[in-house]
Design a protein around this ligand. Structure first.
Ligand code: HDE
Length: 717
């Protein structure tokens, strides 16, 4: 066989459609001292002619597919530097995954500041209304490894790097405003308990196992967080539809040195939305990349995800009224006590050039703060300040990870730190120490009075070294109860089911009993329902470290359903079609969805599509069994009578409808679809969540109805 026959021709190579890149802005994502783009694209081009493949040494390659051998069937030759370099590099492609938050998805964007906040902070990027600051955001799940599914029941990381003119500020938050533990010293235990059990190596990306609940049951301080992770917050429909929180109390410090405690909040422009558990389980099978695909597609389609950044200002009045400690990360400040003031918006408008270069190599660190922002004494935050820097050293292989474009500040960086693995930026000139007596160019950088200064917080008068927690951290149940009573009945039901599900996977009875004893301190009704779901008797309540406050008011801001978007924008309708569907109605549905800012996806028996009643072809986005209804927010069945009869025989079509019904989705149907509905006996269960789609005008009625997102009144679905 001739050599040329063994390699794909250049024509074959170019057959794959080239995706248009939205990352056209030349200045964005560039490292200031290497000039390289965050994705490393320029770096590759630096080797020479764009089209010619080279080795890492820049030597042009004539054959990248065949190793050098002694004769066509002969032994391979060790001298083949092209072969060896390729394999050598491949062997070292992996770096350790993050010990937590291993599975993540990043995107670039900008933060636009609303007001001059100089009364509160001298942070440079908060000084001028309308000013934009480049950002990089990475969303993540916590427990699962890098290849785990997106819809695991878990906390979501929400880490934002602001490349400000005065250095990088990292707001490394979560989508839940509180945390499991009060002191970072317990973090390794928490994570060990949540990860796969060490002897058997499973379960992956799940908390439904004995070790996790054993630890939870022995840690009453985790009870508030348990309420959140058992709620729908832990199974978001999209990363775009979830809130974010800085969690800890932080300080803002103004130019006069006045400090104000604040909490940071991210509010999604498109409102909050979650899926139901049965749906989450099925999404994980149908599309384990559901969240990352959604993020990629929305940015590529120009539907840029957006959040407002808000602060809760913890005035002395708020602190006095707050019955807990603002340094305790297992507590939140209800919005009813301290309203969230919007101070800017975050827009994600660019996907990354390269997943590894940016999403994997990005290194967030809570100690990355800028003048005008400072830490509080929250012991969890203090522990994080050590951990993040430490873990980057291991993960990125040396102390020079700030030289990687995604981590490099966009402002000038001048210091005397030097050398180490992969040093791309060493001091220029003679001086590499301070103080020095050199002058001019040789002198190097010097300190400035405008540089970062820690807030001079006075120590408590009687403070002595202790390994103790403050008494003000001792109430573990009051806010757990407040969260539960602030949910709508449907959301409460979901919490009960989640607890029943998780605890039913716990094999050791004593663990369940201990957890139930803690739950009794939250709410007796909740504990009774969970015990009933598990088929167990309720034990005595455990002895709380401090008697809970039982009359904290409801906080409607804590409920997802009470804060719906009132719009179907950014959502997706799955349209199940067959040959002979009414094209006019299909077109009306498409334009009604687009008018709302929503999209439709065509689910067809064959991906090639169907022929509509006017003879035109409608191309499929998904083949029926690749596009189950769990991937959509609402569904429409637009079929011919023959098509419906045919679909009724197919399990995938039956599941499509049955699941949409069970997951409380709005279902639009053409008259011809009735055979299919009848077959599933759904004709007898028709409720207001079913919307007839006979004429073109019905399309907008359907989309308007979808603004409620789900038909929660459907009984017992
Ligand atoms: Fe993290 N956390 N964490 N964490 N965390 C990490 O840092 C840690 C905590 C959060 O997308 C690690 O670079 C300790 C709270 C996010 O790259 C590690 C404690 C919150 C991310 C680490 C906490 C977070 C991390 C692993 C208890 C919400 C992903 C890899 C004191 C406010 C960042 C890494 C990304 C990642 C330590 C608790 C959020 C090991 C010790 C509370 C979003 O350093």
């Amino acid at each position: 066989m001739k050599k040329s026959q063994q390699k794909p021709s250049s024509k074959q190579k170019s057959a794959s459609p080239k995706e248009s890149s939205s990352n056209s802005s030349p200045s964005v994502g560039k490292c200031p001292f290497t000039g390289l783009a965050a994705g490393g694209e320029n770096h590759q081009k630096a080797y020479g002619d764009d089209d010619i493949m080279t080795t890492q040494q820049g030597v042009p390659i004539s054959d990248d597919q065949n190793s050098l051998k002694m004769g066509t069937r002969g032994p391979s030759l060790l001298e083949d530097q092209v072969h060896r370099e390729k394999i050598f590099h491949f062997d070292h492609e992996r770096i350790p995954e993050r010990v937590v938050h291993a599975r993540g998805y990043g995107a670039r964007g900008y933060f636009e500041n609303y007001d001059n906040l100089s009364d509160l902070t001298c942070a440079d990027h908060f000084q001028r209304a309308g000013e934009k600051t480049e950002t990089f955001v990475r969303f993540s799940t916590v427990a699962g490894s890098a290849g785990s599914p997106d819809l695991a029941r878990d906390v979501r990381g929400f880490a934002v790097k602001f490349y400000t003119k005065k250095g990088n500020w990292d707001l490394v938050g979560n989508n839940i405003p509180v945390f499991f533990i009060q002191d970072g010293m317990k973090f390794p235990d928490l994570i060990h308990a949540a990860k796969p059990e060490p002897d058997r190596g499973f379960p992956q990306a799940q908390t439904a196992h004995d070790n996790f609940w054993d630890f939870m049951s022995l840690m009453p301080e985790a009870t508030h967080m348990i309420m959140w992770i058992m709620s729908d917050r832990a199974i978001p429909r999209s990363l775009r539809f979830m809130e974010g929180f800085g969690v800890h109390t932080f300080r803002l410090v103004n130019a006069k040195g006045k400090s104000t405690f604040v909490k940071f909040h991210w509010k999604p422009k498109q409102g909050m939305q979650s899926v139901v558990w049965n749906e989450a389980v099925k999404i994980n099978g149908a599309d384990p990349d559901f969240h990352r695909r959604d993020m990629w597609n929305s940015i590529k389609n120009g539907d840029f995800p957006e959040w407002e950044l808000g602060i809760q200002i913890l005035t002395q009045k708020v602190v006095d009224k707050f019955p807990f400690d603002i340094l305790d990360a297992t507590k939140l400040i209800p919005e009813e006590l301290a309203p969230v003031r919007p101070i800017g918006r975050l827009v994600l408008d660019q996907v990354v050039d390269n997943f590894f270069a940016e999403t994997e190599q990005v290194a967030f660190c809570t100690q990355n703060i800028v003048p005008g922002i400072d830490h509080s004494n929250d012991p969890l935050l203090q522990s994080r300040n050590f951990s993040y820097l430490d873990t980057q050293l291991k993960r990125l292989g040396g102390p020079n990870f700030t030289h990687i474009p995604v981590n490099a500040p966009r402002c000038p960086m001048r210091h005397f730190q030097q050398d180490g693995h992969m040093a791309m930026h060493n001091p220029k000139g003679r001086a590499n120490y301070e103080p020095n007596s050199w002058e001019g160019e040789e002198r190097g950088p010097r300190e400035s009075d405008a540089g970062f200064k820690s807030y001079p917080e006075p120590a408590e008068d009687d403070s002595v070294k202790v390994r103790q927690r403050s008494e003000t951290f001792a109430d573990h149940y009051s806010q757990a109860r407040q969260f539960y009573i602030s949910q709508t009945p449907i959301e409460q039901e979901h919490m009960v089911s989640a607890l029943v599900f998780e605890l039913s996977k716990v094999k050791t009875e004593g663990i369940r009993t201990r957890l139930m004893a803690n739950l009794l301190n939250v709410d007796r009704g909740l504990a009774e329902k969970v015990a009933n779901g598990l088929g167990m008797d309720l034990p005595e309540a455990s002895e709380p470290a401090r008697q809970p406050i039982t009359d904290l008011p409801e906080s409607p801001a804590l409920s997802i359903l009470q804060n719906g978007p009132g719009s179907f924008s950014g959502r997706k309708v799955g349209v199940l079609v067959t040959d002979g569907l009414r094209h006019k109605v299909f077109k009306a549905l498409k334009s009604a969805a687009e008018k709302e800012g929503a999209t439709i996806e065509v689910v067809a028996p064959k991906v090639g599509g169907v022929i509509a009643d006017d003879g035109e072809r409608i191309v499929g986005d998904e083949k029926l069994d690749g596009g189950p209804s769990v991937l959509y927010d609402a569904v429409a069945i637009l079929v011919s009578e023959e098509g419906a009869t045919e679909l009724a025989k197919q399990p995938a079509a039956r599941d499509f409808l049955a699941d949409a019904f069970a997951h409380y989705k709005f279902i639009a149907y053409s008259r011809e679809a009735e055979t299919l509905l009848k077959d599933l006996q759904l004709d007898k269960k028709m409720d207001d969540g079913f919307i007839p789609l006979m004429k073109t005008k019905d399309a907008s009625i359907f989309i308007e109805t979808c603004r409620k997102l789900r038909f929660w009144d459907r009984p017992g679905a």
